[in-house]
Ligand binder design. Structure first.
Ligand code: FAD
Length: 387
């Protein structure tokens, strides 16, 4: 493709993007694929794989080179999440949270001092986590109860967070707490919490349906003392940081679900070519071709939506509605395509020796985290109807 063409199709990749995607794909197929089943069964990532993700620059894609990162675009992060999720959506969400939530929040809101302290670590060795949800506040995120009481020039945090992705492995947590419960959402403040901070503990890990290698844990804050310099952004600005980071993050989940659907489709198409019934390969039956064609059409639509939302974000244009739409739609496509892929494989689609069973389980989370499908529809309606 001519990179200078004013008529660049949304899904066309320029040379750098194409090279990056191919490198990530090669890595995912050669180095992640052999580990997927064991990591799913053991419910943990292979430690050497995490090291490889850092060494390949996949954990610091948008972090500028002066902080040891890759200096990539938001679209590059999306490409990485999509490509990895085609092989393992659990590794996809590790890379997604690191780049589109943790690094993105710091790049946008951190002071120069905080950036110098944390970004080189995030790019090279430290996993980040994003802690907003609590037992009583999920969709209604700003009903959170974790309290940050001002004390001695800093804050003392008390409360519990629930469902925190990457928590078992993370070294840095962006924790949302309120400095004034009476102030409602205007009291919400974001804090940068190092894992070894006294009073901070990672609690119980959830035993999940899908993305089982990805850790999802409770966080316990018990008189956790933080300095004023640990506030991200400004006191009371946490609601804005949460909303705006999640707006971007949703495109990442759209990419995770897109990749998952692509992976499921590839397994289904391969099997349909190889498996013979009634004397010929399944792919020669029109009913099979039409199912695969419908799945491919769904995937193309999801890809257009995810890529467009990401490119809008990189162009500095409004993308809130498109981000919610692409997550909403791609999570439907992932569920539909993974389900059909199980059927295309017949009996072997239902067992663990073949990868589509796992992709089917992994697909469900797309409709739940970073805002359920109902919350996406609410966001879309608000923008589309000007409410
Ligand atoms: C695997 C996993 C990883 C996660 N990772 C993180 C993370 O890293 N950080 C983090 O902060 N959180 C994380 N979460 C939490 C996740 O974002 C929440 O689970 C999600 O926002 C939904 O909240 P909830 O579970 O409390 O469900 P609820 O909010 O209780 O929703 C239950 C149901 O009610 C519906 N509902 C709620 N309100 C309305 C309404 N007004 N109108 C119509 N329907 C409504 C919802 O759509 C849903 O169907 C994770 C969750 C999971 C399962």
């Amino acid at each position: 493709m001519n990179p200078l063409s004013p008529h660049r199709p949304i899904t066309a990749l320029d040379q750098d993007e194409s090279l990056f995607r191919d490198t990530v794909r090669h890595f995912a197929e050669k180095e992640i694929a052999p580990l997927v089943r064991r990591m799913d069964e053991e419910q943990r990532f292979d430690a050497a794989l995490i090291r490889r993700l850092f060494d390949l620059g996949l954990m610091g894609i948008p972090i500028p080179p002066e902080h040891n990162g890759g200096g990539g675009t938001f679209f590059d992060s999306i490409l990485a999440v999509e490509t990895i999720s085609a092989v393992d959506p659990a590794v996809g969400v590790l890379v997604d949270v690191q780049n589109t939530l943790a690094a993105a929040a710091l790049l946008r809101w951190a002071t120069q001092e905080q950036k110098a302290r944390y970004l080189p670590r995030l790019a090279t060795e430290t996993i980040g986590a994003y802690a907003l949800s609590e037992a009583g506040s999920g969709s209604d995120a700003f009903a959170l109860q974790t309290l940050a009481e001002p004390s001695g020039g800093g804050y003392v945090l008390n409360g519990r967070k629930l469902w925190i992705t990457n928590a078992r492995e993370a070294g840095l947590f962006i924790v949302f707490a309120t400095i004034d419960p009476e102030a409602g959402y205007k009291g919400i403040t974001a804090f940068l919490v190092d894992r070894d901070t006294p009073g901070f503990t990672v609690g119980r890990k959830e035993d999940k349906l899908g993305i089982r290698a990805s850790s999802t844990c409770e966080l316990i804050l018990d008189n956790c003392v933080l300095e004023a310099g640990q506030v991200l952004g400004e006191p009371g600005l946490g609601y804005k940081i949460a909303i705006e980071t999640l707006n971007e993050g949703r495109i990442g989940i759209g990419a995770q679900m897109l990749g998952l659907a692509e992976g499921a489709w590839a397994h289904a198409a391969k099997y349909a070519r190889e498996r013979k019934q009634f004397g010929k390969p399944l792919v020669e039956f029109q009913a099979m071709q039409f199912q695969l064609a419908e799945m491919a059409t769904d995937i193309e639509a999801a890809r257009l939506m995810v890529y467009n939302a990401a490119r809008l974000k990189d162009a500095g244009m409004p993308f809130r509605k498109e981000a919610a739409m692409c997550k909403y739609f791609a999570s439907q496509v992932a569920e539909r395509v993974a389900s059909l892929a199980v059927e295309v494989l017949g009996g072997v689609g239902f067992v663990r020796d073949y990868p589509v069973e796992k992709l089917y389980r992994d697909a469900k989370i797309g409709k739940i985290y970073e805002g359920t499908s109902f919350m996406q529809l609410a966001a879309i309606a608000k923008t589309a109807l000007g409410l």
